[in-house]
Write a protein that binds this ligand. Structure first.
Ligand SMILES: CC(C)(COP(=O)(O)OP(=O)(O)OC[C@H]1O[C@@H](n2cnc3c(N)ncnc32)[C@H](O)[C@@H]1OP(=O)(O)O)[C@@H](O)C(=O)NCCC(=O)NCCS
Length: 315
């Protein structure tokens, strides 16, 4: 079966118009609700809900959701994503999609007690279980997340230089723009080749069409060796460094996909945890890591840019 793409996903959601949305309750248990659902042209799911609903309380605490659309006709779309309550032009786009799909609910959107929820998908799978078909495949969401290739040292360098010009760069990365910009082509060829193959280091990149929009690198560190702060390691671990998502893609859940790719790589190599160090003042990065399953280990160490919090995700 050919993979469903983003446009086909949008058409599928619009033609069904409803589904079951599951959010995370206050005690960590799933809570599900059946709702009218549509999609924007960009493939975001849109639904409305009362501001007082338990769903909104859940999403304010934990933005992760799972959704199932379809079922009765023998086909289903299973989705996972990150929800938010958009405002301004983002809300206008969602409201337009909602009004187009459900003209009969248009007046409820003017009610301040009703909120629009937008879900940006991080994963989706289309299943077709009608007689004689029985297959399921991951949907192509338009942004590919994959390991870098050796011949991609030029876009990899461009993304790295962009990251080092980010306003958070001084607390986010251990290198400076000036230093990275001085390095030779050979340096980037070698760095990208090493990250593209083998079991020592892997770089995962997010590519939207032809635009490079994010990256995460993971390093395999063996017990007995020194970590990048020259601390002896007691046990094997895989460490994430250099996490970066371009501004326009922030908040979309892309960092979750990159971290999942790093986690799969580490798990396949037999590691049981993924670690990282994040600057104490880098609240946004800490928030993203927490949502992606990292918890502070309790260890705070002096990094070159100031105090760093160690966070760990079990694999
Ligand atoms: C770090 C980075 C990859 C995270 O990706 P992102 O798409 O921006 O992350 P998200 O917006 O999805 O998640 C950030 C989380 O932190 C929360 N947050 C945002 N700003 C925050 C702050 N100042 N303090 C605390 N939490 C904050 C957000 O609400 C969100 O949590 P939620 O989903 O539970 O609401 C991206 O911001 C980036 O590239 N930053 C610059 C480079 C960098 O700092 N890299 C990390 C090096 S360790």
């Amino acid at each position: 079966m050919r993979r469903m793409d983003r446009g086909e996903l949008v058409a599928y959601v619009r033609s069904h118009g409803d589904g079951v949305v599951s959010s995370v309750g206050p005690d960590g248990r799933p809570q599900a609700a059946y709702l009218a659902i549509t999609a924007t042209d960009a493939g975001e799911l849109v639904l409305d809900t009362r501001a007082s609903s338990r769903k909104v309380a859940n999403l304010r605490r934990d933005r992760r959701v799972a959704v199932v659309i379809g079922g009765a006709d023998g086909t289903t779309l299973q989705c996972e994503g990150i929800a938010d309550l958009p405002e301004g032009p983002d809300r206008d786009l969602c409201a337009q999609a909602y009004r187009d799909a459900f003209p009969r609910f248009a007046t409820s959107l003017a009610d301040p007690a009703v909120l629009l929820v937008r879900i940006r998908l991080t994963w989706a799978r289309y299943g077709d279980y009608r007689p004689g078909v029985a297959s399921s495949q991951e949907v192509d969401l338009g942004i590919a997340v994959r390991r870098v290739r050796a011949d991609e040292w030029e876009p990899a360098r461009a993304l790295r230089l962009d990251a080092l010009r980010d306003e958070a760069a001084a607390i986010a990365f251990l290198d400076t723009y000036e230093n990275a910009a001085r390095q030779s082509d050979e340096f980037y060829r070698d760095r990208t080749a090493r990250a593209s193959d083998g079991d020592d280091i892997a770089q995962f990149v997010a590519i939207d069409g032809s635009a490079w929009v994010g990256s995460v690198t993971v390093i395999a560190q063996r017990g007995g060796s020194l970590d990048y702060h020259d601390r002896p390691l007691e046990r094997d671990r895989a460490t994430v460094v250099g996490a970066y998502v371009r501004g326009e893609q922030r908040g979309s859940g892309l960092v979750d996909r990159l971290l999942d790719a790093a986690a799969h790589w580490g798990r396949d190599l037999g590691f049981d945890e993924l670690t990282l160090g994040v600057h104490q003042d880098n609240g946004r990065a800490q928030g993203a890591y927490r949502r992606a399953g990292f918890v502070p280990s309790g260890f705070i160490f002096a990094g070159p840019n100031g105090p760093e919090v160690e966070m760990v995700r079990r694999l």
